[in-house]
Design a protein around this ligand. Structure first.
Ligand code: GDP
Length: 459
């Protein structure tokens, strides 16, 4: 009898439990690793600490607790939460080492529902939360699916101006010496592809984020595979039709293989499983770097937004049935500026993503925009000079020196080129604040992010 009662209770529980796959993305150094580490950390401390007042389920004291459970997808590496916490708990604290591939971690959150029907059936419900981390650079590859090798090559060649033209020189020199009709030789292709990959890495180092193919800079488990050994070419009209077994034919084949086995596979096996998405954007580093970097980042974000433009006849609909219904855009590292600049961070980000916002509304995807700091590195206050009080932040830089400064104003709107002549930004890299093992990480608005992403799932 007891046995049957247990089975009935289990069945009811399973029916009441729910499951969300939350995807976290952003270009490299946007703050994904810090965000996921903090998110997991905040949730694991939820029953013992009260530092998430904007998260309604916590505020209403309906969350009983959260714990880690084995992830459901055994083919995806585990997100290195323990390793991240080890770094943050060191003295001095260090930033966690970022992941370079897709990774995942699963939590079970036990809560008391507000809904009468759920409460009557059972005292508690469980929300299983899968948090999936993947590089935003992978989303830059979506347009490739609609382009053949020739069209893609032309696009890349046309982009070679300014800093890019300078950085591309070593690769272009080798490319010019290559006869595309010559018999295919894998070694030569591997060599030129490595120069092209170096060029893409150099672009990233100079603060240029629009890099294609995105996997070349973050190859994950594909590092060294021939599918990542191709590059765009400059062709005459006669050369566009490849000779059999030629260099050009092999480049064409690899490009097609990349589209099918790498780009499409990511959208089919990962992207199509996501329910909610947070896109992290570091607007401050490109402000530091200058106009070209800022505009490039804007272009990359615009490109990323295409992955959320499903459309009835769109590319994504042809591949699978996307189901993301909420996207949160978060301007990260808000603790790098004084709190009075936070509204400007949000409006700047809103301007960057504005065109896609309208599409999203049409598709019934809810979009929101906030600023946050996953793991605080500074505290804010005021400094007084000549009896004038002004806002400032204080933190320890990576060399271990304590500094107090006003880092600069964040523009409210997309800045014009002359903006950089008139304004100076001074966003310094700080050490994270140390975290004690029994305390959650210090943050800014992680609770707001949680409310937007999961609030309705915990009703
Ligand atoms: P990922 O490449 O997107 O995983 O980026 P990370 O999470 O590794 O963050 C890159 C760097 O940004 C870190 O090493 C920190 O220097 C900085 N960072 C990330 N999050 C924060 C934050 O909340 N506050 C501050 N001050 N810096 C941050």
């Amino acid at each position: 009898m007891k046995h049957i009662a247990q089975e009935v209770s289990d069945l009811i529980h399973r029916g009441l439990d729910s499951h969300v796959r939350l995807a976290v993305t952003g270009l490299s150094r946007a703050g994904k690793t810090a965000f996921i580490s903090s998110l997991v950390n905040q949730l694991l401390h939820i029953s013992t600490h009260e530092q998430l007042p904007l998260f309604s389920a916590v505020r209403d004291k309906r969350i009983i607790g959260a714990k880690r459970v084995p992830q459901s997808n055994l083919m995806v590496p585990r997100f290195s939460y323990d390793e991240a916490m080890e770094q943050l708990q060191q003295s001095p604290a260090r930033w966690p080492v970022p992941t370079r591939d897709v990774s995942e971690i699963r939590l079970a959150i036990k809560y008391r529902s507000e809904k009468r029907s759920k409460r009557l059936l059972s005292g508690t419900s469980t929300l299983y939360l899968d948090i999936v981390d993947y590089p935003g650079e992978w989303l830059l590859d979506l347009p490739l699916l609609d382009m053949d090798f020739i069209t893609w090559s032309k696009l890349q060649m046309n982009a070679l101006h300014g800093i890019r033209a300078e950085l591309a020189k070593p690769w272009l020199r080798e490319l010019e010496a290559l006869d595309l009709n010559q018999e295919a030789d894998e070694k030569t292709l591997a060599h030129i592809a490595s120069l092209y990959t170096d060029y893409l890495h150099q672009c990233k180092l100079q603060g240029l984020h629009w890099v294609q193919p995105g996997r070349f800079v973050l190859p994950g488990e594909l590092a060294g595979a021939p599918v990542l050994q191709f590059f765009p070419c400059q062709m005459t009209e006669e050369e566009e039709i490849p000779v059999k077994n030629s260099m050009l034919e092999l480049l064409n084949i690899r490009y097609q293989e990349y589209k099918n086995k790498v780009v499409k596979a990511f959208y089919k096996h990962h992207f199509s499983t996501f329910d909610r998405q947070i896109v992290l954007v570091d607007c401050l580093s490109p402000l530091n770097a200058g106009y070209e970097s800022f505009m490039d980042m804007r272009g990359a974000i615009e490109q990323i937004m295409h992955s959320f433009r499903y459309g009835r006849n769109g590319l994504l609909h042809r591949l699978f049935a996307p189901k993301i219904d909420k996207i949160l855009f978060a301007a990260t590292k808000a603790d790098h500026v004084t709190p009075d600049q936070h509204p400007n961070m949000v409006s700047l980000l809103q301007q960057m993503i504005h065109p896609a916002w309208q599409y999203a509304a049409y598709e019934n995807i809810t979009m929101s925009c906030i600023s946050l700091a996953s793991i605080r590195a500074t505290c804010s206050g005021y400094i007084e000079t000549n009896q004038i009080k002004s806002a400032a932040i204080q933190g320890t830089n990576l060399a271990g020196e304590s500094i107090t400064l006003f880092p600069g104003e964040v523009p409210k709107k997309l800045p014009q080129p002359n903006y950089w002549h008139q304004h100076q930004f001074d966003f310094v890299d700080f050490r994270p604040m140390s975290t004690d093992a029994d305390q959650p990480c210090q943050h800014i608005r992680m609770d707001k992010a949680l409310e937007i992403l999961l609030g309705d799932k915990l009703k």
